[in-house]
Design a protein around this ligand. Structure first.
Ligand code: AMP
Ligand code: MG
Length: 625
């Protein structure tokens, strides 16, 4: 790309932004900065200097570090007014304009317009493109103009002319055809802007539009799970913690082994290290013992043919030896001599190779892994003292309902103790979240809005229970929807049909929202089958539910068309295979059955009645995470 010292660049950002819902187009966030900043970054390297033509938000544009010129004409007269101002102020013989909503403009725009203008001795040059089978399309706002043309433009404007391609009809203008039509694509609507910006979090409508048949009033479980999975975003922030403190946390980056593990070839057994070539195929092998190697105490001994070395497990293999015979397989007929029969071992047996566990430079652990005890040991074996982990997810939660009482309060008629906050506490604790318990919120619009805002400003995710079911006061939905991008689903499942999900904003902060139903069993089911995986994804972990199969002890009635979650008790059958039976009452308020259960039986939506002996999916409670 050549910088042309005779050209100044001007970004035309003087519009009202009416097509963008009256927001300033150039200042719209786009791929980590703003649209005008992208145009600036593309144009600046091509020209001697840059300026911006703007008529509002002048201070914000000034922060771009280039001069900001307001229309001399006033009254948002359109791009020509910006061009006129540019021609008047510019200090070079040529001025090149580009609109503020063209973040993909070509890197050779100035060069190609300039050479066409020179070659044809023209007054101005503008870009054009042609898509296959289409007419040539002119882009007169991408225009290189001789600065000396100012008086002609001014008289056109004074006569009321406003058309970008109207003022130069008596001048010599050349059209320069560019191949890449996308480079001139300008972004006119917010929808277009958002669809082009992969760094912008998706909107629920974007995600749900990918489903073939989306009906929020009857949403299959897997569709709800998919929308949630695609909508949530990882928090990203990383912290370095001491190895032990990493237990249960999510690894933020791959851990590359700095060493070979084991570092040396060594013995897998207590026995005798020998040369495989000494083994006699059809008779006894007799070897002289010439030394001893202990683990951690390397020895210089180098046995010759017919010799061996006594070696302990983990001892470094002596030079020349490639096999170990376990001590229990040899006889000692005379001091210093061992005998082993034909075929006792094969050459190469019981030798561990350097780097067999892990080679230096290979990934020992992958980012996204939840650190378990074995991982602690593995990392320790590499001599690594600290791990980069994703910062803990902050989750705020509260219960809603006028009937709820906290432990310690009197239980007056019609009221119940708030149990959801305790089950939710337990489930979040198991996921390793940082917990913000916000207590009980009354069924009152102002209280609910205040609680949601506080939660949003203090946490990455919010979990509420109650108030989202049909019949619940309408304002819950209204308030949640007003605070952000929230959808209300009736999910094809039992228990736990209603669910509110989305992201809300308050004072510049945002948080993902899971509005779970109030019923104590429904709360747990919705948490495990919707919130759990989403929270783990926010923590950077990919941990789908560990469903297993077990044989159903009895028949289970099940209607096809919805997913049913039944509380089950998993045990071992007479044949040692896993089997499951349903716990008694399955009412969605009966927490006792949840407490008695050790798993959930998952009956998928296509499934009908289950006969005794059929295999079913189960989700064991222990080992969850
Ligand atoms: P809701 O979804 O608000 O209509 O509540 C459904 C049922 O769950 C009602 O019987 C509530 O009393 C009960 N419930 C709601 N929240 C809780 C809670 N935090 N603890 C115990 N029961 C609750
Ligand atoms: Mg309620």
């Amino acid at each position: 790309m050549n910088k042309n010292d005779s050209i100044s660049g001007l970004i035309l950002a003087g519009g009202r932004g009416s097509r963008m819902g009256h927001v300033d187009k150039g200042l719209q966030p786009f791929r980590g900065s703003s649209m005008a900043a992208h145009v600036l970054a593309r144009l600046a390297p091509q020209v001697a200097s840059m300026a911006i033509n703007a008529n509002q938000n002048l201070d914000t544009y000034a922060a771009f570090g280039v001069p900001v010129w307001q229309d001399d004409l006033g009254g948002f007269a359109g791009p020509l007014a910006g061009l006129e101002t540019g021609l008047r102020r510019c200090a070079t013989p040529y001025l090149l304009t580009a609109p503020c909503d063209s973040p993909f403009l070509p890197p050779d725009l100035a060069e190609r317009l300039f050479s066409a203008l020179q070659e044809q001795d023209a007054d101005l040059a503008f870009a054009a493109t042609q898509e296959p089978g289409m007419r040539v399309q002119a882009h007169p706002v991408f225009c290189l103009v001789k600065t000396a043309l100012l008086p002609i433009l001014s008289s056109y404007l004074a006569g009321g002319g406003r058309r970008m391609d109207g003022w130069y009809k008596d001048l010599k203008a050349v059209e320069v055809l560019f191949e890449d039509a996308d480079a001139f694509r300008n972004i006119n609507t917010l929808d277009e802007l958002h669809s082009l910006d992969p760094t912008r979090p998706p909107r629920l409508a974007d995600v749900t539009s990918c489903l073939s048949a989306y009906d929020p009033e009857a949403l299959p479980v897997r569709d709800a799970q998919r929308v949630i999975r695609e909508f949530v975003q990882p928090v990203g922030a990383v912290e370095q913690v001491a190895l032990r403190a990493a237990l249960g946390r999510v690894l933020a980056r791959d851990i590359v082994s700095p060493i070979n593990v084991p570092a040396h070839d060594n013995s897998a057994m207590d026995g005798y290290a020998l040369r495989g070539g000494d083994l006699v195929a059809d008779g006894d092998t007799r070897l002289n013992v010439v030394g001893t190697v202990f683990a951690g105490r390397p020895s210089e001994v180098a046995p010759g043919p017919g010799e061996c070395v006594r070696i302990m497990t983990g001892g470094v293999m002596p030079a020349g030896c490639d096999s170990v015979v376990p001590q229990e397989f040899v006889a000692q007929e005379s001091p210093g001599e061992i005998v082993l029969g034909a075929g006792t071992i094969r050459a190469g047996d019981n030798r561990r190779f350097a780097g067999e566990d892990l080679k230096a430079g290979s990934a020992a652990l992958k980012a996204g892994k939840i650190i378990r005890p074995a991982d602690l040991g593995l990392v320790a074996s590499l001599g690594i003292a600290e791990l980069p982990v994703v910062r803990r997810l902050r989750v705020a939660f509260f219960s809603t309902g006028d009937e709820l009482r906290s432990i310690g309060q009197a239980l007056d008629t019609g009221s119940v103790y708030d149990s959801n906050r305790y089950t939710i506490y337990g489930m979040l604790q198991r996921l390793g979240c940082e917990i913000v318990d916000m207590g009980i919120v009354r069924d009152d619009p102002a209280a609910l809005e205040a609680a949601l805002r506080t939660a949003c400003e203090n946490a990455d995710a919010i979990i509420t229970s109650g108030g989202v079911s049909v019949g619940a006061a309408d304002y819950t939905r209204q308030i949640m929807a007003r605070l952000g991008d929230v959808t209300f689903w009736k999910i094809g499942m039992r228990p736990g049909r209603p669910l509110a999900f989305g992201r809300i904003n308050s004072n510049g902060r945002s948080a993902f929202l899971f509005g779970l139903p109030g019923n104590p069993v429904a709360v747990m089911v919705s948490f495990y089958f919707f919130a759990r995986e989403a929270l783990l994804r926010m923590m950077g972990a990919d941990a789908p539910l560990p469903l297993l199969r077990a044989r159903s002890e009895g028949a289970i009635r099940k209607k096809p068309g919805r997913t049913e979650y039944q509380r089950g008790i998993l045990s071992h059958g007479a044949d040692g295979m896993p089997q499951v039976r349903i716990t008694g009452a399955q009412g969605s308020g009966i927490l006792r059955s949840m407490s008695e259960a050790n798993c959930m039986v998952v009956l998928h939506d296509g499934q009908g009645n289950v006969a005794a002996g059929d295999m079913v999916d189960i989700l064991p409670f222990e080992g969850l995470v």
